[in-house]
Design a protein around this ligand. Structure first.
Ligand SMILES: *Cc1c(COP(=O)(O)O)cnc(C)c1O
Length: 459
């Protein structure tokens, strides 16, 4: 199937505003050339993130009406708890209002100064949460992941030798956990194979280090395993998910991704003692253990979303819609990360705009042009997001990749919207020499991309 037709029909519509390019020039200038500071109403197609932007199903909305808002022991909590234990197989489920709270709770209880946390690639909030605890966040992804055109089927895989080298260098006691991000968001939404999961688990077990998954896109990862890994073609998504997580000691989850909801998350653990400690902290910062910062109705929507996301027809559409956008760009020689990942298409801005040096944010330059030309919001994942001063050395750091991410909200845009996006990018690429770099006029110390203000470099 080449054209990924939607496996749903539309029952409610949300009109989107059409702005002129003059209006957008003014809006982006006022926003300090930072798309996080734009009013969302001024955006035609919003590909900033796939986080919390999903369209819920009629079944989920029906669940919202069945919210039990009891302070303690809401029936929706029991449904939420049971569903997660059934899908993932963990013992203790701690609801949180977002994924990063799950990270914070976990790291606050596990990390101390000088500890080291390996991951395939840490997501930005994960890295920030690790560094906040004065620990070191290390990326141990396979080398192929750093080469945008390398067609490896599981580019999210951890490099086992790198992992072993980290353990040899720092010693197992300084590694309170090993993480794997499925799919690997910051590396292009690339999957991790079951075999790699087993290999990482074997290392973790050898040194008695807990293995925790960053599970945000667990169902998309499972679909890739079914599609690409020998021996899984006849297994159901649910069976694959169960097997993946049977190798982990717990997970952090942002339900805003594969939970198909607009808010929510959880931390799941098998270690009862740790879960108890964290639950007490949850009461301090999020809320009572049976709601953890969420309303009863939110818990219900998550429980239903987690079941829906396992539907293979949904996942096939989801993955193919992303691939469809990517393939339209590949046909016009736009450099993107290949193979196309699960939730987003990542443009390699450094090869598209070689005339803009890394210090002048080539990715951000493309992001700004996309908004000005077509009302599309994408996001830079490059020097603006991951550069800045290294907390260890105090020196300016540059990431290996300068990417522009077009993240696709789940069940929100049609394949025709994807064609519009592709055409806009192809048009900009034709006139690429006109694009200029930017410089920062204000930045915060951490997670600077959210609030930084920039201005175009003078010619
Ligand atoms: C979104 C995300 C997080 C953080 O979740 P929030 O719900 O945004 O706090 C952590 N890890 C990965 C891989 C993510 O994509």
């Amino acid at each position: 199937m080449k054209f990924p037709a939607e496996p749903f029909r539309i029952k409610v519509v949300e009109p989107i505003k059409i702005t002129s390019s003059e209006e957008r020039d003014e809006l982006i200038r006022k926003a300090g050339y930072n798309i996080f500071l734009l009013p969302a109403e001024s955006i035609y197609i919003d590909l900033l993130t796939d986080s919390g932007t999903s369209a819920m199903s009629d079944n989920q909305w029906a669940g919202i009406m069945l919210g039990d808002e009891s302070y303690a022991g809401s029936k929706n909590y029991y449904h939420f708890d049971q569903t997660i234990r059934d899908i993932f197989g963990f013992e203790h489920i701690i609801p949180t209002h977002q994924g990063r709270v799950a990270e914070n709770l976990l790291f606050s209880n596990l990390l101390k100064q000088g500890d080291v946390v390996p991951n395939n690639i840490h997501f930005d909030t994960t890295r920030a949460n690790v560094e906040y605890h004065q620990a070191v966040a290390l990326d141990c992804v396979i080398d192929q992941a750093r080469i945008p055109s390398e067609p490896h089927p599981f580019k999210g895989n951890m490099d086992i030798e790198k992992l072993e080298a980290v353990i040899a260098k720092y010693g197992a006691p300084r590694l309170p956990l090993i993480m794997i991000t499925v799919t690997n968001n910051s590396g292009g939404g690339q999957p991790v194979s079951m075999q790699n999961i087993r290999e990482v688990k074997a290392v973790a077990q050898k040194y008695n280090i807990p293995l925790i998954f960053d599970a945000c896109r667990f169902a998309e990862n499972a679909f890739f395993i079914k599609e690409r890994e020998d021996g899984y073609e006849d297994k159901s998504i649910k069976e694959i998910v169960r097997e993946m997580f049977s190798h982990a000691d717990g997970c952090t989850m942002s339900a805003k991704k594969d939970g198909l909801v607009n808010i929510g998350g959880f931390l799941a653990l098998n270690n009862a003692k740790l879960a108890e400690k964290i639950t007490n902290m949850l009461i301090l910062i999020e809320g009572f253990p049976t709601y953890g910062g969420l309303a009863g109705r939110d818990l219900e929507a998550i429980a239903r979303g987690l079941q829906e996301v396992l539907d293979e027809n949904y996942l096939r559409f989801r993955i193919n819609q992303t691939r469809y956008l990517g393939e339209m760009l590949i046909r016009e020689d736009i450099p993107i990360i290949q193979p196309v990942g699960g939730h987003a298409v990542y443009i390699d801005a450094r090869s598209l705009l070689p005339h803009i040096p890394q210090a002048e944010f080539p990715g951000q330059s493309l992001v700004i042009e996309l908004y000005k030309q077509a009302g599309i919001r994408a996001v830079e994942i490059g020097t603006l997001m991951f550069g800045g001063l290294d907390p260890q050395t105090g020196k300016e750091r540059f990431p290996e990749l300068e990417l522009v991410r077009l993240a696709i909200p789940r069940r929100v845009y049609t394949s025709m919207h994807m064609q519009y996006v592709a055409e806009a990018i192809i048009e900009i690429a034709r006139n690429r020499s006109a694009l200029r770099g930017l410089e920062i006029v204000y930045q915060a110390q951490m997670l600077r991309h959210f609030t930084a203000r920039l201005k175009p470099k003078a010619n």
